[in-house]
Design a binder for this molecule. Structure first.
Ligand SMILES: *Cc1c(COP(=O)(O)O)cnc(C)c1O
Length: 377
């Protein structure tokens, strides 16, 4: 079955008790137990809920995992997965990882003696050189945010396997439609489902898909133990969003391609970062591990003034953090997502004051280009 069909027919599309074509919102905390001597599938909604389970089974199927988990946010998914490790374990994290992940690893998990090293993971030798005896996992994100750097997932998996290290991938930017790290040998995928999976800027949620029963058990223990679970209503919204993932992504990606090509020709734009562009440094690796370049791009204007002018004058894009919604969103990383990173460190990473990130939406591309042209001039 092709991916787009799987979004509609994945075994979780029909409610087993009523035949409803939409899994009902099981707004319930506890369940009547027929026989206290017998176990039953659902007994308490932190431990399991039918609406959440339909979503969890769906993400497992879509990512090619053995088990799926739904959390109250993308950060809850990442934090819960990191909580499966123990004090003294060493984890290698790609250096331009999502800001929230940077924050919890440097200000929270370090207090529990999780040993973290940040590396430029687009350089496979840098990963190799950071492996120690106590290294337990690689935590990767590709393409990265906001500069769309690419990590070679197959090579990273190969190195990890040689050393018995787990590979965790934050797959938020691509979604399972465009990239399925578990099929490339990774062990755990995490998502901010707030972005493309939800797709409508109306829900905060996180997902994980895991390979292997043993690892799934470890993640389930934390999910049930910590209890950062997704509620039934939000689970339903994500199930609903997933049904249109492919058509949204196809259209938004096509828009992003057109916009990236156009931005390149604009005299107020200095540089465009998009893995769909011929000249993008990681393009070949990206296209060998993903089925498209996605719908997020960044660009640098000629100077800071121009970037500020664009952010002030753009009308067709909402000025906001977040991405992956039906509406185009423009964000200014140095004042928004990356504000907490000290300026010298930001500059070392290449995140300048004239950088703008765009999550391209479902508007008609001619309208977007016309508006961007006006905002830049
Ligand atoms: C937004 C985001 C997160 C965090 O997800 P929340 O749902 O906001 O908690 C993690 N990783 C990436 C790549 C993101 O874009």
């Amino acid at each position: 079955m092709k991916f787009g069909t799987k979004l509609i027919h994945n075994g979780n599309e029909i409610d087993k008790t009523t035949g409803a074509l939409s899994i009902p919102v099981y707004q319930v905390s506890t369940y009547h137990q027929e026989d206290i001597d017998k176990g039953q599938e659902f007994d308490y909604s932190r431990s399991g809920n039918p609406t959440r389970k339909a979503l969890e089974d769906t993400i497992a199927k879509l990512e090619g995992g053995d088990r799926g988990f739904a959390f109250s946010s993308g950060m809850a998914a990442t934090s819960s997965v990191l909580s499966t490790f123990s004090s003294g374990d060493h984890i290698i994290v790609c250096e331009d990882v999502y800001g929230g992940t940077y924050r919890i690893t440097t200000n929270f998990f370090n207090r529990f003696k999780l040993d973290i090293t940040f590396v430029d993971a687009s350089d496979i030798n840098a990963i190799k050189g950071s492996i120690r005896n106590n290294t337990k996992a690689l935590f990767l994100e590709t393409p990265s945010n906001p500069l769309m750097k690419i990590i070679d997932l197959k090579s990273a998996v190969e190195i990890a396997k040689q050393h018995g290290i787990l590979v965790i991938v934050d797959n938020t930017f691509m979604s399972p439609y465009l990239q399925r790290p578990l099929e490339l040998g990774a062990d755990i995928v995490v998502h901010s489902a707030t972005k493309f999976i939800g797709g409508h800027s109306d829900v905060i949620g996180g997902l994980a898909a895991v390979k292997g029963a043993e690892l799934a058990k470890r993640v389930y223990f934390v999910q049930n133990g910590f209890g950062a679970v997704l509620g039934p209503q939000d689970s339903w919204l994500l199930l609903r969003g997933l049904k249109t993932l492919k058509v949204r992504m196809d259209y938004q990606q096509n828009n992003a391609n057109r916009l990236a090509q156009w931005l390149k020709t604009n005299k107020h734009v200095k540089k465009v970062y998009y893995p769909g562009l011929e000249e993008h440094p990681g393009r070949n690796i990206h296209m060998s591990q993903a089925d498209g370049a996605g719908a997020v791009l960044s660009f640098e204007t000629v100077d800071t003034e121009m970037a500020k002018r664009f952010m002030k004058n753009v009308k067709m894009a909402a000025v906001a953090v977040s991405l992956g919604g039906v509406e185009t969103i423009a964000s200014y990383p140095v004042k928004m997502s990356h504000a907490s990173i000290p300026k010298p460190e930001r500059e070392r990473l290449g995140i300048s004051d004239s950088l703008i990130r765009i999550s391209v939406g479902l508007e008609e591309i001619d309208d977007l280009i016309e508006d961007f042209e006006r905002a830049l001039s």
